[in-house]
Design a protein around this ligand. Structure first.
Ligand code: SF4
Length: 284
């Protein structure tokens, strides 16, 4: 039976992108290929909040007690090895049981599954078929992978996802890739983060869209360059601009301005509903 290291598993409302407002189970896998230390920092500087937290990592026993951060990656504990003791390795049967247990009626209705991270398309691709084939997952119709858009799908997993969506007598199924491509403001290198061919391949499997986190005019200029690169590779999906802000004080400085920027340029705006609704606390 396949196993996955699970950082968080919770039921909430999807706060971002295409399924904003939809009741969703979030399965947050452990591990990421990036660190995104540049978010919210002056250009070229790296966040040191993570290091401050890391000093006390051993004193935390669950995600709910972890501090929120206003710079760097707001999901830092889902990949930083200093917090790995908070993330159990569970087999697919235990994960399926835990997922269905979060649903209000203990069976699938209109809820969708968000597989997020960290970066959920790292090696865990091998484990998802076992989980999705579990009898308790049979009523699931829609899955979103929240990815940074750098990980190719293995041929086996690509085939599996296409089969999973084959029309059924009772209902259709749909896979979505919500691609949060990392601009230079994240602190990651362009050549590592902007991978148009990878994202174009996601479109062969399901619906893919791009989501750019914006704080400054420079971020938007970088987004335009990235959009041009994705489009010239053949990417057809929608583009969202989303305000930076893992904490409310930062989010409220940006959200209206980013919404207006999206309108002005004919792009979609994505909110981060989890910030005004739930203060972006862990488990929301
Ligand atoms: S890619 Fe996402 S999860 Fe990974 S470090 Fe960056 S913001 Fe965090």
């Amino acid at each position: 039976m396949s196993k996955i290291k699970i950082a968080e598993l919770f039921y909430s409302i999807q706060g971002e992108g295409r399924y904003m407002g939809v009741p969703s189970v979030f399965l947050r896998t452990f591990g990421c290929n990036f660190t995104c230390d540049g978010f919210g920092m002056p250009k070229g500087e790296k966040s040191n909040e993570r290091n401050v937290i890391a000093i006390n990592a051993e004193t935390y026993n669950n995600y709910g007690d972890l501090p929120l951060v206003s710079t760097g990656c707001d999901s830092y504990a889902s990949w930083d090895p200093r917090f790995k003791h908070l993330s159990p390795v569970l087999d697919s049967s235990a994960i399926a049981d835990a997922i269905v247990d979060t649903l209000p009626h203990k069976e699938w209705a209109d809820e969708h599954l968000v597989i997020t991270g960290g970066e959920p398309l790292l090696g865990w691709q091998r484990a998802y078929p076992d989980l999705l084939n579990h009898p308790k997952m049979a009523g699931l119709r829609e899955i979103t992978f929240e990815t940074n858009g750098t990980q190719k799908l293995s041929p086996e997993f690509k085939d599996y996802l296409m089969q999973w969506q084959m029309p059924d007598a009772n209902f259709d199924r749909e896979i979505t890739f919500s691609v949060s491509a990392k601009l230079p403001c994240s602190g990651e290198k362009w050549e590592d983060a902007i991978c148009p061919d990878v994202v174009c391949e996601y479109e062969e499997v399901g619906t893919a869209y791009l989501k750019f986190v914006i704080a400054t005019e420079q971020d938007y200029a970088d987004a335009e360059c990235a959009i041009a690169a994705y489009r010239s590779a053949g990417f057809k999906g929608h583009i969202y601009l989303m305000p930076v802000g893992g904490v409310e004080s930062v989010y409220t400085l940006n959200n209206r301005r980013v919404a207006e920027l999206a309108m002005k340029n004919g792009l979609r705006y994505s909110d981060r509903l989890q910030v005004p609704l739930f203060k972006n606390e862990w488990g929301t």
